[in-house]
Ligand binder design. Structure first.
Ligand code: SER
Length: 317
């Protein structure tokens, strides 16, 4: 009986840590990692790895059947900033990969799907503070549009084809192991690298722009929590708001300065500021807390400590 897990986009920022965690939980040989390119050696060597193009339906289907896969985590996507540079490519990758996986579930070749949505589904007409689960959604980025449309398709496939698809709206995810690529919230990771390497950082987001963020361990926990919840607990089949913390560049800069006193920050907002201006500053995640007992663990201080301590030791080696 098929019972393996497939991660598509396993070499990305979230995919790489999710793969590590799932392999630890389920056994290395039960978790197939795949990506369009090879990632770091540890990921490729610690269990099955396959080069896979997320827009190629036949290739995904063959991978699922050959490896006896029953659940898929679809982590491949083009994020907000890169998506603005390549709108057609972002649409192609983000939408077709989702259709392919949803269709495999519709055909009952797989039984469960995780697909992340994002705070990018919200837009300038959305209430900014404590953004509710159900609210106005008029995203202005290609990435945000694909995530919003994707949410509707997830709900549609669940309703009409009984597909068990589960989703959360990730905020900006902060981690030290794998760099993110092409997002608006990437500043909150770059700032730590630059603080340790150069003692200075020029932020492309304005000092007073608060955005919802989360430490990677919490993001992985949210992902595993929603996937292991009983199906009856998942009352929302579009995507759940999940919140961790919210902060402005100047908040994180002052916490870094407490640990690295020479650290200096300056601000030079670019096109990514316009994206950030359309997003919420904080998120109301009452539904996730109520339905499947979501809670986060890392506050801004704990996150800053984790980032500095771990990056310090990796940069030394
Ligand atoms: N981190 C993403 C981005 O900035 C948001 O989901 O694009």
């Amino acid at each position: 009986m098929a019972n393996k897990t497939l991660i598509i986009g396993a070499c990305g920022q979230i995919g790489s840590e999710l793969t590590e965690k799932l392999r630890a939980l389920k056994g290395n040989s039960n978790v197939v990692a795949s990506d369009i390119r090879e990632g770091d050696a540890k990921l490729v060597e610690s269990g099955p790895f396959q080069i896979l193009n997320a827009t190629d339906y036949d290739a995904i289907k063959a991978c699922v059947l050959d490896n006896e896969v029953s659940e898929v985590y679809l982590m491949a996507a083009m994020l907000s900033a890169t998506g603005e540079k390549h709108p057609a490519k972002a649409w192609d990758l983000n939408m077709n990969s989702l259709f392919h996986v949803l269709n495999l579930a519709k055909e009952k070749l797989i039984s469960k799907v995780f697909w992340p949505s994002s705070i990018a589904v919200f837009g300038p007409t959305t209430p900014k503070v404590n953004t509710p689960q159900y609210t106005v959604m008029e995203p202005t980025t290609v990435y945000g549009i694909t995530k919003q449309v994707g949410e509707r398709w997830c709900a549609y496939y669940h309703e009409n084809y009984d597909v068990d698809v589960r989703s959360i709206r990730y905020p900006g995810i902060i981690s030290w192991k794998t760099l993110p690529g092409g997002g608006t919230t990437d500043y909150a990771i770059e700032i730590f690298h630059k603080a340790l390497e150069e003692r200075r950082y020029e932020s492309f987001i304005d000092e007073n722009t608060a955005l919802p963020m989360m430490y990677m361990d919490d993001a992985i926990k949210a992902t595993l929590d929603i996937m292991s919840a009983d199906a009856s607990q998942i009352k929302i089949r579009s995507s759940y708001n999940v919140a961790g913390i919210s902060f402005k560049p100047k908040d994180i800069a002052s916490l870094i300065k407490r640990r690295i006193s020479e650290f200096e920050i300056s601000y030079k907002p670019d096109y990514r500021q316009q994206i950030a201006d359309t997003w919420p500053s904080s998120i109301d995640d009452t539904c996730a807390r109520k339905d499947w007992n979501w809670s986060h663990q890392y506050d801004l201080e704990a996150l800053t400590d984790e980032m500095i301590t771990n990056l310090e030791s990796t940069l030394q080696h």
